[in-house]
Design a protein around this ligand. Structure first.
Ligand SMILES: [Zn+2]
Length: 538
């Protein structure tokens, strides 16, 4: 069923320059039907349910342009170590998790960042709590895993085990794994972790979608690459809980080619995205690939795919109509990604734009190459604030072009913003605040604080709406209030442009509409898709 009709009046429609003189939006049959003056629209549709925005901002529904929906939705019910500032505190949460869920399936958690801890993560400290039951704790960036001895036994890992290519197990001087896996070594625990609860069922996923609606997010670009999760996302979209651009991994490319598919195939609910490739690791674990060594003595990081192989893979995908989306955090990885897109330029343009994910550090020589090659930058403003300490320590003066939203946008490149959830919470107000202020919500400056990289609120909103829509090939149809566009919008709780920048982290949606349906209404918290009909009908 297509939602609506619904008339929203007395709103400050965004972007203001586009909608001067209009303060009302009418949604019908799941689409934006008209934009105009409230009194005119009321006269035209006198019986439509009417929502008074009370002078607050009305934006299109937001897109989170980079997240891992299924693990995030499941992780909401697992051990949460985000923001934990000591190993002792982390172990307390693990103990609580073990008590709350006695197993015997593995206990899984995520979110730790050992920077500043009194002691490093190790398996002995976990063994004291869980001698028999596997415990698997993902770092906040998911590039490291802290595990206990039971987990080690379960996968047959020992002193003799070799490190996989592109990854390693931390070891003591005898060669015995100490309890932390880095990068590709994390994958050794994937099958074990998949046995952990809670079960991933429709209810868990719909609950996750409802949480996104409460955050004003109606559309996602999903980066989970296994076939099970992709099927779950497709089902979620067919239940009309979220619009999904589904990216995929190299292991799926041949099957997609054989099926005659291409990037951009699908509709406004579910579309085939781009081939996701990892050019490097992450900043937190100093595995991001650098042109020059880290300032804090960690070498050059890890190149996950040799440059030539990256070029060949991106080119092969493009030859079959598939765009690529390359994870690149260090400046060397960004360069390799740009090299690959440059090589593929000889081929016909892919149906969706090429994109680089994160682009956390860009060498000045590479800055103009994004625009020259038509490469979009998909970035996560919250990383700049979460990584503040690490970026300053690792990159020093190079931070001038770290999280360089302004510098990249100024070259004419379209930005898209997301959270990389579960790495960061998928709460766009945190991203808006970080993008506009480049400070943490407590006022602490972001790493290598460069005020020159701040965006305006309009630019940041554009990255969550039209910028992201363009990456899905849905420009003009999503991320806009244009008549004819999909009927996704957010009525915020205030006039966002009148709010001081420092208060952007406090703004919240009041009502979220997806395809004309009210899917979130703060006045009936948690009402989800079954929200009762709104009150005042004019
Ligand atoms: Zn990601």
């Amino acid at each position: 069923m297509n939602g609506g009709p619904l008339l929203v009046v007395n709103g400050r429609l965004w972007p203001a320059a586009r909608w001067r003189g209009a303060d009302a939006v009418f949604v019908r049959n799941g689409r934006i039907s008209a934009v105009g003056r409230g009194r005119d629209l009321r006269a035209a549709v006198p019986n439509a349910p009417c929502l008074d925005a009370g002078g607050a901002t009305v934006t299109p529904g937001l897109t989170d342009a980079h997240l891992h929906f299924v693990p995030w939705a499941q992780g909401r019910r697992q051990v949460d170590l985000l923001g934990v500032t000591s190993r002792g505190a982390a172990l307390e949460r693990v103990a609580a998790g073990l008590a709350a869920d006695p197993g015997p399936t593995p206990l899984v958690g995520r979110g730790w960042d050992a920077m500043g801890w009194e002691a490093p993560p190790d398996r002995a400290s976990l063994d004291a709590l869980a001698p028999e039951r596997p415990v698997l704790l993902h770092s906040h960036d998911f590039h490291s895993l802290w595990f206990n001895s039971a987990a080690m036994r379960a996968i047959g890992l020992g002193r003799e085990s070799r490190d996989p290519q592109g990854g390693r197990f931390e070891r003591d001087f005898t060669g015995e794994p100490t309890g932390v896996a880095r990068e590709h070594a994390v994958a050794a625990f994937e099958a074990l972790g998949a046995q952990a609860g809670p079960a991933i069922d429709d209810a868990l996923l719909d609950d996750g979608a409802a949480a996104l609606h409460a955050a004003g997010v109606t559309s996602v670009h999903d980066y989970q690459r296994n076939a099970n999760d992709m099927a779950r996302m497709r089902a979620l979209a067919s239940r009309r809980r979220l619009r999904v651009l589904q990216h995929f991994g190299p292991e799926q490319l041949e099957a997609l080619i054989a099926a005659g598919l291409a990037s951009g195939v699908g509709d406004a609910w579910f579309r085939i995205g781009a081939l996701k490739l990892f050019a490097d690791g992450a900043l937190g674990s100093r595995t991001a690939a650098m042109l020059e060594p880290y300032d804090d003595g960690h070498g050059l990081g890890i190149v996950m795919i040799p440059r030539d192989e990256l070029v060949a893979t991106v080119t092969r995908a493009a030859a079959h109509g598939f765009a690529s989306t390359v994870h690149a955090i260090g400046d060397r990885a960004v360069r390799h990604a740009l090299d690959a897109f440059e090589a593929a330029r000889a081929l016909p343009a892919t149906p969706l734009p090429s994109r680089i994910e994160h682009a956390q550090l860009v060498h000045p020589d590479d800055l103009p190459r994004f625009a020259a090659l038509g490469v979009r930058a998909s970035m996560q403003p919250q990383h700049a604030t979460s990584d503040a300490l690490a970026a300053t320590a690792a990159w020093g003066a190079r931070c001038a072009l770290s999280y360089a939203w302004r510098a990249i946008a100024d070259t004419g490149v379209t930005l898209a913003f997301g959270s990389d959830a579960p790495v960061e919470p998928p709460l766009p107000w945190l991203g808006l605040h970080a993008a506009v202020t480049r400070t943490r919500t407590d006022g602490t400056p972001a790493g290598g604080f460069v005020p020159a990289q701040c965006l305006t609120l309009d630019e940041a909103l554009a990255a969550y709406t039209e910028g992201a829509a363009g990456l899905a090939g849905l420009a003009g149809r999503l991320g806009t209030l244009e008549p004819g566009a999909e009927g996704d919008l957010v009525v915020w709780d205030r006039d966002l442009h009148a709010a001081p920048a420092a208060s952007l982290a406090d703004v919240r949606p009041r009502v979220t509409v997806l395809a004309g349906e009210i899917v979130y209404d703060s006045r009936t918290t948690g009402a989800g898709a079954d929200a009762p009909a709104i009150g005042a009908t004019v």
